[in-house]
Design a protein around this ligand. Structure first.
Ligand SMILES: Nc1ncnc2c1ncn2[C@@H]1O[C@H](COP(=O)(O)OP(=O)(O)OP(=O)(O)O)[C@@H](O)[C@H]1O
Ligand SMILES: [Mg+2]
Length: 440
């Protein structure tokens, strides 16, 4: 006999099913909460500790998939059981499998329900036990980031420090290292996770529109401004504004940004009135801002305001011990997406991946794994690896190569990269095709 009655939240737009589930659950000695919509379920989740979620998929307005995505992000440890009429509709099966959830097809008997619940609880326990092994951060409800290198742990350590306060953060790192993911981890693992997270790519907004987009504008402020409008700052109230590629912010925006950070207020374009804003700003850049400051493209005073907390996300080549976990994660993701199952990889392939330098960082690794999953049939083998990854110049352990031998190896490497296309190879080597041919 359980000492404590478990709380089960049941979500279904069909009242008859809700009643039926409640009757069954009561007789099994569980305590139930009922919601006839996702909206209502979210209210209950907010102030109740729920031990198990049982939800339907097809519901008007917001469907069960959205609820599952939300709970996977915010309550990854919570066991879930999906009860649905048509598990194959709208990618439902994928979501269920990717979240390793149990499901039950309608109609079901009481015994099937009982078995489903027991399985879901058992899997929940497994998940909780397996957690520390996958080395995401401690108690992290945002389980999307993986890594186990000390460099990765350093980043996570800072995330833990800043997630619950409003300190401004500047995230620096090469392209594809995971800067945006770090920003999301700060927001979604912290106190303000239920407030908005607004991501703005400054590099994608033309300079002359940046001010209006960020701070909003008044009717008549410029041609086309036919009504008052709030900007991203207002949209992020109480939460996080993520300013990606901050180096692309216009100087006018930089000036306003500085004021927003200092005074915690903004003014809309065309307005005189200051408005209070209470948000956390996380900025990111893959550019060298110090260089921009020297060239008068970035305000030094703004730079110091932004760097209250600095996070440097190291390139993948400096934390290669993260590669196995990352590969495992992407294998799972793309295996489910393209092949409807989990795929495996041979140790040789993993070694090749660990040897490569990854100039495009984690994004490049993700693309390569995706490509291999699409091409393979079952187990990823050496034959599925793109050629340019396989080839490595073997320097002798001791002694040296002659220039001639070195040149030969290097030309081979370029030819493998261009898939024996001599024109392209000549272009890379910056020699003409005739010279290349004679060398070959
Ligand atoms: N630690 C991690 N674990 C799992 N996936 C990761 C991790 N870091 C990055 N990724 C994945 O790698 C990809 C690139 O990450 P992200 O977009 O955050 O990089 P970025 O630094 O913002 O790149 P850019 O400068 O090009 O915008 C994304 O698909 C992201 O999910
Ligand atoms: Mg980015």
């Amino acid at each position: 006999m359980a000492l404590r009655k478990e709380n089960i939240l049941i979500v279904d737009d069909d009242i008859d099913i809700l009643e039926l589930l409640q009757r069954h659950l009561k007789s099994m000695n569980y305590h139930t909460y009922k919601a006839i919509s996702v909206k209502e379920a979210l209210f209950i989740l907010k102030d109740t500790f729920i031990d198990l979620l049982i939800t339907d998929i097809q519901m008007p307005e917001i469907d069960g998939l959205q609820l599952l995505k939300f709970t996977n992000e915010h309550y990854p440890q919570m066991p879930k059981l999906v009860v649905t009429g048509y598990p194959s509709v709208n990618g439902a099966l994928q979501v269920i499998q990717s979240g390793a959830m149990d499901y039950l097809t309608k109609p079901f008997t009481k015994d099937e329900l009982k078995e489903g619940i027991e399985k879901a609880f058992a899997h929940g326990v497994e998940r909780a036990m397996a957690k520390p092994k996958t080395a995401t951060f401690k108690n992290n409800p945002y389980a999307d980031m993986v890594g186990e290198s000390s460099a990765f742990h350093k980043v996570i350590h800072i995330v833990e420090r800043v997630k619950d306060n409003m300190a401004t953060v500047l995230i620096q790192g090469e392209s594809g290292t995971g800067k945006e993911l770090v920003a999301r981890a700060i927001h979604y693992s912290g106190t303000f996770s239920r407030k908005p997270f607004i991501a703005v790519n400054c590099g994608a907004i033309p300079e002359n529109l940046q001010e209006a987009e960020l701070f909003g504008y008044m009717k008549g402020a410029f041609t086309g401004a036919d009504q008052n409008r709030n900007g991203f700052f207002q949209a992020a109230q109480g939460g996080t504004l993520f300013l990606d590629e901050i180096g692309s912010a216009s100087l006018a925006v930089q000036t306003k940004l500085l004021r927003a950070l200092q005074e915690k207020e903004i003014t809309k374009v065309g307005s005189q009135k200051a408005e209070k804003v209470n948000i956390r700003i996380i900025a990111a850049t893959n550019a060298n801002l110090l260089e921009d400051i020297k060239n008068n493209n970035f305000r030094q005073d703004l730079f110091y305001r932004l760097t209250v907390v600095e996070i440097h996300v190291p390139p993948l080549r400096e934390r290669k011990s993260d590669i196995p976990l990352l590969v495992e994660k992407f294998l799972r993701k793309y295996g489910v997406e393209y092949k409807d199952r989990l795929l495996r990889i041979t140790p040789e392939v993993l070694r090749i991946l660990e040897r490569y330098n990854w100039p495009g960082n984690i994004r490049e690794l993700e693309n390569i794994v995706q490509r291999m999953v699409i091409m393979s049939d079952g187990i990823l083998e050496v034959k599925d690896v793109p050629d340019f990854l396989k080839y490595k110049i073997d320097f002798p352990e001791s002694g040296f190569l002659s220039l001639r031998e070195m040149e030969k190896k290097y030309i081979q490497r370029v030819l493998i990269h261009t898939q024996a296309n001599k024109t392209k190879a000549a272009e890379i080597l910056q020699i003409d095709r005739k010279t290349l041919r004679s060398k070959i």
